[in-house]
Design a protein around this ligand. Structure first.
Ligand code: 8YV
Length: 316
Protein backbone atom coordinates (compact mmCIF):
# COMPACT_ATOMS: atom_id res chain seq x y z
CA UNK A 1 0.00 0.00 0.00
CA UNK A 2 1.34 3.43 -0.86
CA UNK A 3 0.29 6.46 1.23
CA UNK A 4 0.99 9.78 -0.45
CA UNK A 5 1.45 12.03 2.62
CA UNK A 6 2.02 12.08 6.36
CA UNK A 7 -1.53 11.99 7.78
CA UNK A 8 -3.18 12.50 11.17
CA UNK A 9 -4.32 9.21 12.69
CA UNK A 10 -1.40 7.25 11.21
CA UNK A 11 -3.50 5.10 8.88
CA UNK A 12 -0.31 3.13 8.10
CA UNK A 13 -0.55 1.48 11.55
CA UNK A 14 -4.05 0.15 10.90
CA UNK A 15 -3.06 -1.14 7.47
CA UNK A 16 0.08 -2.85 8.83
CA UNK A 17 -1.88 -4.40 11.73
CA UNK A 18 -4.06 -6.02 9.10
CA UNK A 19 -1.06 -7.67 7.52
CA UNK A 20 -0.18 -5.40 4.59
CA UNK A 21 3.09 -3.69 3.77
CA UNK A 22 3.01 0.08 3.67
CA UNK A 23 5.24 2.65 2.11
CA UNK A 24 4.54 6.28 2.96
CA UNK A 25 5.73 9.54 1.45
CA UNK A 26 6.32 10.90 4.93
CA UNK A 27 6.10 14.57 4.10
CA UNK A 28 3.88 17.59 4.73
CA UNK A 29 4.14 18.69 1.08
CA UNK A 30 2.51 16.93 -1.89
CA UNK A 31 4.50 14.19 -3.58
CA UNK A 32 6.05 15.25 -6.92
CA UNK A 33 4.21 13.73 -9.90
CA UNK A 34 7.15 11.70 -11.25
CA UNK A 35 7.80 10.14 -7.86
CA UNK A 36 4.09 9.39 -7.42
CA UNK A 37 4.03 7.54 -10.74
CA UNK A 38 7.17 5.59 -9.83
CA UNK A 39 6.01 4.66 -6.33
CA UNK A 40 2.52 3.57 -7.37
CA UNK A 41 3.50 1.52 -10.42
CA UNK A 42 3.49 -1.85 -8.65
CA UNK A 43 1.43 -1.32 -5.50
CA UNK A 44 -1.93 -2.95 -4.71
CA UNK A 45 -3.53 0.12 -3.20
CA UNK A 46 -3.04 3.88 -3.00
CA UNK A 47 -4.21 6.15 -0.20
CA UNK A 48 -4.36 9.53 -1.94
CA UNK A 49 -5.24 13.17 -1.29
CA UNK A 50 -6.80 15.89 -3.44
CA UNK A 51 -3.31 16.96 -4.52
CA UNK A 52 -2.73 13.77 -6.51
CA UNK A 53 -4.23 13.76 -9.97
CA UNK A 54 -5.44 10.22 -10.62
CA UNK A 55 -6.00 10.78 -14.34
CA UNK A 56 -5.77 8.37 -17.29
CA UNK A 57 -1.97 8.48 -17.21
CA UNK A 58 -1.82 7.61 -13.50
CA UNK A 59 -4.41 4.85 -13.88
CA UNK A 60 -2.68 3.32 -16.93
CA UNK A 61 0.58 3.45 -15.00
CA UNK A 62 -0.78 1.15 -12.25
CA UNK A 63 0.13 -2.47 -12.97
CA UNK A 64 -1.57 -4.00 -9.95
CA UNK A 65 -3.61 -1.38 -8.13
CA UNK A 66 -7.07 -2.47 -6.99
CA UNK A 67 -8.17 0.57 -5.02
CA UNK A 68 -7.53 4.28 -4.79
CA UNK A 69 -8.81 5.44 -1.41
CA UNK A 70 -9.08 9.22 -1.54
CA UNK A 71 -8.80 10.88 1.85
CA UNK A 72 -11.47 13.52 1.09
CA UNK A 73 -15.18 13.57 0.42
CA UNK A 74 -14.49 15.27 -2.92
CA UNK A 75 -13.00 13.19 -5.72
CA UNK A 76 -12.64 15.69 -8.54
CA UNK A 77 -8.92 14.77 -8.64
CA UNK A 78 -9.85 11.30 -9.92
CA UNK A 79 -11.09 10.21 -13.34
CA UNK A 80 -13.72 7.94 -11.75
CA UNK A 81 -15.33 6.81 -14.99
CA UNK A 82 -11.96 5.71 -16.45
CA UNK A 83 -11.13 4.00 -13.12
CA UNK A 84 -14.50 2.19 -13.25
CA UNK A 85 -13.76 1.05 -16.82
CA UNK A 86 -10.45 -0.38 -15.61
CA UNK A 87 -12.15 -2.12 -12.63
CA UNK A 88 -10.20 0.08 -10.24
CA UNK A 89 -12.19 0.78 -7.09
CA UNK A 90 -12.38 4.41 -5.94
CA UNK A 91 -13.48 5.39 -2.44
CA UNK A 92 -13.93 8.71 -0.62
CA UNK A 93 -14.51 9.73 3.01
CA UNK A 94 -18.11 10.99 3.35
CA UNK A 95 -20.01 11.49 6.65
CA UNK A 96 -16.98 11.75 8.95
CA UNK A 97 -16.27 15.35 7.84
CA UNK A 98 -19.84 16.63 7.57
CA UNK A 99 -19.97 18.39 10.94
CA UNK A 100 -16.50 19.93 10.75
CA UNK A 101 -17.19 21.36 7.29
CA UNK A 102 -20.62 22.66 8.29
CA UNK A 103 -19.00 24.33 11.31
CA UNK A 104 -16.60 26.15 9.00
CA UNK A 105 -19.42 27.25 6.67
CA UNK A 106 -21.32 28.69 9.65
CA UNK A 107 -18.14 30.30 10.94
CA UNK A 108 -17.72 32.07 7.60
CA UNK A 109 -21.36 33.20 7.63
CA UNK A 110 -20.97 34.70 11.11
CA UNK A 111 -17.59 36.23 10.24
CA UNK A 112 -19.12 37.93 7.19
CA UNK A 113 -22.36 39.09 8.82
CA UNK A 114 -20.52 40.55 11.83
CA UNK A 115 -17.38 41.80 10.04
CA UNK A 116 -14.82 39.78 11.99
CA UNK A 117 -11.99 40.60 9.61
CA UNK A 118 -12.41 44.37 9.82
CA UNK A 119 -12.84 44.16 13.59
CA UNK A 120 -9.73 42.11 14.13
CA UNK A 121 -7.72 44.27 11.78
CA UNK A 122 -8.70 47.36 13.75
CA UNK A 123 -7.36 45.81 16.95
CA UNK A 124 -4.16 44.47 15.39
CA UNK A 125 -3.48 47.87 13.76
CA UNK A 126 -3.98 49.51 17.18
CA UNK A 127 -6.84 51.62 15.84
CA UNK A 128 -9.44 50.67 18.44
CA UNK A 129 -9.91 53.72 20.64
CA UNK A 130 -13.26 52.82 22.12
CA UNK A 131 -16.71 51.57 21.30
CA UNK A 132 -18.75 53.72 18.90
CA UNK A 133 -22.45 53.43 18.10
CA UNK A 134 -21.83 53.26 14.38
CA UNK A 135 -18.68 51.17 14.34
CA UNK A 136 -18.60 48.16 12.01
CA UNK A 137 -22.29 47.48 11.90
CA UNK A 138 -23.13 44.14 10.40
CA UNK A 139 -26.53 42.54 10.17
CA UNK A 140 -28.69 40.13 12.13
CA UNK A 141 -29.06 36.62 10.79
CA UNK A 142 -32.38 36.08 12.56
CA UNK A 143 -35.31 36.08 10.13
CA UNK A 144 -32.96 36.31 7.14
CA UNK A 145 -32.98 33.70 4.37
CA UNK A 146 -30.17 31.19 3.87
CA UNK A 147 -29.95 29.67 0.38
CA UNK A 148 -28.18 26.29 0.31
CA UNK A 149 -26.86 25.25 -3.10
CA UNK A 150 -26.44 21.47 -3.03
CA UNK A 151 -28.66 19.92 -0.38
CA UNK A 152 -26.58 16.89 0.59
CA UNK A 153 -25.08 16.00 3.96
CA UNK A 154 -22.94 19.12 4.47
CA UNK A 155 -25.60 21.45 3.09
CA UNK A 156 -28.11 19.98 5.52
CA UNK A 157 -25.78 20.18 8.52
CA UNK A 158 -25.06 23.83 7.68
CA UNK A 159 -28.75 24.68 7.24
CA UNK A 160 -29.65 22.94 10.50
CA UNK A 161 -27.06 24.97 12.41
CA UNK A 162 -28.16 28.26 10.86
CA UNK A 163 -31.81 27.46 11.50
CA UNK A 164 -30.86 27.59 15.21
CA UNK A 165 -29.72 31.17 14.55
CA UNK A 166 -33.24 31.97 13.39
CA UNK A 167 -32.63 31.81 9.64
CA UNK A 168 -35.22 30.66 7.11
CA UNK A 169 -33.91 28.05 4.71
CA UNK A 170 -34.39 27.62 0.96
CA UNK A 171 -32.39 25.17 -1.16
CA UNK A 172 -31.47 24.32 -4.70
CA UNK A 173 -30.83 20.69 -5.61
CA UNK A 174 -31.60 18.27 -8.43
CA UNK A 175 -33.77 16.31 -6.00
CA UNK A 176 -36.38 17.18 -3.45
CA UNK A 177 -34.88 16.54 -0.03
CA UNK A 178 -37.23 15.25 2.61
CA UNK A 179 -34.94 16.17 5.53
CA UNK A 180 -34.88 19.80 4.33
CA UNK A 181 -38.63 19.90 3.75
CA UNK A 182 -39.68 18.18 6.97
CA UNK A 183 -37.01 18.98 9.55
CA UNK A 184 -36.14 22.50 8.45
CA UNK A 185 -39.40 23.57 6.86
CA UNK A 186 -37.27 24.52 3.87
CA UNK A 187 -38.44 25.10 0.32
CA UNK A 188 -36.81 23.76 -2.85
CA UNK A 189 -36.46 26.61 -5.36
CA UNK A 190 -34.81 27.23 -8.73
CA UNK A 191 -31.19 28.41 -8.73
CA UNK A 192 -32.20 31.85 -10.02
CA UNK A 193 -34.81 32.25 -7.33
CA UNK A 194 -32.33 31.19 -4.67
CA UNK A 195 -29.74 33.72 -5.85
CA UNK A 196 -32.37 36.49 -5.95
CA UNK A 197 -34.07 35.80 -2.62
CA UNK A 198 -31.26 34.76 -0.28
CA UNK A 199 -29.58 37.00 2.27
CA UNK A 200 -26.83 34.40 2.61
CA UNK A 201 -25.83 31.89 -0.08
CA UNK A 202 -23.72 28.85 0.83
CA UNK A 203 -22.28 26.38 -1.70
CA UNK A 204 -22.24 22.64 -0.93
CA UNK A 205 -21.90 20.94 -4.30
CA UNK A 206 -19.26 18.55 -5.56
CA UNK A 207 -17.09 19.81 -8.42
CA UNK A 208 -17.98 18.03 -11.65
CA UNK A 209 -18.40 18.93 -15.33
CA UNK A 210 -21.99 20.03 -14.63
CA UNK A 211 -21.09 22.21 -11.66
CA UNK A 212 -17.95 23.95 -12.96
CA UNK A 213 -18.79 27.68 -13.11
CA UNK A 214 -22.40 26.90 -12.26
CA UNK A 215 -22.33 30.15 -10.32
CA UNK A 216 -21.29 32.37 -13.21
CA UNK A 217 -21.62 36.11 -13.85
CA UNK A 218 -25.30 35.84 -14.76
CA UNK A 219 -26.12 34.02 -11.54
CA UNK A 220 -23.93 36.26 -9.35
CA UNK A 221 -25.63 39.34 -10.80
CA UNK A 222 -28.88 38.12 -9.23
CA UNK A 223 -27.56 38.49 -5.68
CA UNK A 224 -29.05 41.16 -3.41
CA UNK A 225 -26.78 44.16 -2.74
CA UNK A 226 -26.83 43.08 0.93
CA UNK A 227 -26.00 39.41 0.23
CA UNK A 228 -23.28 37.30 1.82
CA UNK A 229 -21.75 34.59 -0.33
CA UNK A 230 -19.88 31.62 1.22
CA UNK A 231 -18.01 28.76 -0.43
CA UNK A 232 -16.63 25.76 1.45
CA UNK A 233 -17.02 23.33 -1.48
CA UNK A 234 -14.72 23.92 -4.48
CA UNK A 235 -13.49 27.20 -5.93
CA UNK A 236 -14.09 26.23 -9.56
CA UNK A 237 -17.86 26.13 -9.00
CA UNK A 238 -17.85 29.92 -8.91
CA UNK A 239 -16.66 32.48 -11.48
CA UNK A 240 -14.26 33.94 -8.92
CA UNK A 241 -13.05 36.81 -11.09
CA UNK A 242 -16.58 38.20 -11.28
CA UNK A 243 -17.35 37.58 -7.62
CA UNK A 244 -14.28 39.70 -6.82
CA UNK A 245 -15.58 42.44 -9.12
CA UNK A 246 -18.88 42.48 -7.23
CA UNK A 247 -17.04 42.70 -3.92
CA UNK A 248 -14.77 45.49 -5.21
CA UNK A 249 -17.78 47.49 -6.40
CA UNK A 250 -19.60 46.70 -3.11
CA UNK A 251 -22.46 45.21 -5.08
CA UNK A 252 -22.82 42.53 -2.39
CA UNK A 253 -22.15 42.83 1.36
CA UNK A 254 -19.32 40.32 1.71
CA UNK A 255 -18.01 36.84 0.97
CA UNK A 256 -16.40 34.03 2.94
CA UNK A 257 -13.91 31.77 1.20
CA UNK A 258 -12.51 28.42 2.32
CA UNK A 259 -11.73 27.35 -1.26
CA UNK A 260 -10.38 29.20 -4.30
CA UNK A 261 -10.54 28.82 -8.05
CA UNK A 262 -6.79 28.37 -8.50
CA UNK A 263 -6.00 26.93 -5.11
CA UNK A 264 -3.48 27.17 -3.55
CA UNK A 265 -2.88 30.35 -5.58
CA UNK A 266 -4.95 33.20 -4.21
CA UNK A 267 -6.04 36.02 -6.51
CA UNK A 268 -4.09 39.05 -5.15
CA UNK A 269 -7.19 41.22 -5.60
CA UNK A 270 -8.87 39.24 -2.82
CA UNK A 271 -6.17 40.24 -0.35
CA UNK A 272 -6.92 43.91 -0.92
CA UNK A 273 -10.60 43.57 -0.03
CA UNK A 274 -12.00 44.38 3.41
CA UNK A 275 -15.37 42.72 2.80
CA UNK A 276 -14.05 39.15 2.64
CA UNK A 277 -13.07 36.53 5.20
CA UNK A 278 -10.42 34.14 3.90
CA UNK A 279 -9.52 30.68 5.20
CA UNK A 280 -6.94 28.24 3.80
CA UNK A 281 -9.18 25.22 3.03
CA UNK A 282 -9.86 24.31 6.66
CA UNK A 283 -13.23 22.61 6.14
CA UNK A 284 -12.23 19.25 7.58
CA UNK A 285 -9.26 20.50 9.59
CA UNK A 286 -9.92 19.19 13.08
CA UNK A 287 -7.87 16.57 14.87
CA UNK A 288 -10.86 14.21 15.24
CA UNK A 289 -12.15 14.62 11.70
CA UNK A 290 -8.81 14.23 9.94
CA UNK A 291 -8.11 11.08 11.97
CA UNK A 292 -11.53 9.67 11.09
CA UNK A 293 -10.97 10.46 7.40
CA UNK A 294 -7.60 8.70 7.19
CA UNK A 295 -8.90 5.72 9.16
CA UNK A 296 -11.91 5.38 6.85
CA UNK A 297 -9.59 5.50 3.82
CA UNK A 298 -7.39 2.82 5.47
CA UNK A 299 -10.42 0.63 6.21
CA UNK A 300 -11.53 0.86 2.59
CA UNK A 301 -8.09 -0.37 1.53
CA UNK A 302 -7.98 -3.22 4.05
CA UNK A 303 -11.48 -4.34 3.05
CA UNK A 304 -10.72 -4.41 -0.66
CA UNK A 305 -7.34 -6.14 -0.25
CA UNK A 306 -9.04 -8.74 2.00
CA UNK A 307 -11.65 -9.49 -0.64
CA UNK A 308 -14.44 -7.60 1.14
CA UNK A 309 -16.60 -4.74 -0.09
CA UNK A 310 -15.30 -1.19 0.32
CA UNK A 311 -17.27 0.91 2.82
CA UNK A 312 -17.66 4.07 0.79
CA UNK A 313 -17.19 3.41 -2.91
CA UNK A 314 -17.62 6.16 -5.50
CA UNK A 315 -19.21 5.25 -8.81
CA UNK A 316 -19.67 7.41 -11.89
C1 8YV B 1 -9.72 17.71 2.51
C2 8YV B 1 -11.83 18.36 1.17
O1 8YV B 1 -9.07 18.21 3.61
O2 8YV B 1 -12.85 16.31 1.74
C3 8YV B 1 -12.68 17.17 0.89
O3 8YV B 1 -13.21 17.07 -0.24
O4 8YV B 1 -11.80 19.26 0.43
C4 8YV B 1 -11.03 18.44 2.44
O5 8YV B 1 -11.80 17.93 3.49
C5 8YV B 1 -8.73 17.80 1.42
O6 8YV B 1 -9.27 17.87 0.21
C6 8YV B 1 -7.76 16.64 1.60
O7 8YV B 1 -7.64 15.77 0.53
Amino acid sequence: VFITRKLPGEPEKFIKQNGFDVEIYNNDEPIPRELFLKKTKNVDAVLSLMSEKIDKEAIDNFSNCKIVANCAVGYNNIDVSYANDKKLIVTNTPNVLTDATADIACGLILACARRFHEGEKLIRNKKFFGWKPNMLLGFDLKNKTLGIIGAGRIGFATAKRMKAFGMKIIYYDRNKRENFDKELNAKKVSLNKLMKNSDVVSIHLPLAEQTKYLINKTKLDLLKPTAIFVNTARGEIVEEKYLIELLQKKKIFSAGFDVYENEPKINPKLLKLENVFLLPHLGSATEETRKAMSLLAAKNIVNVLSGKKPLTQVLK
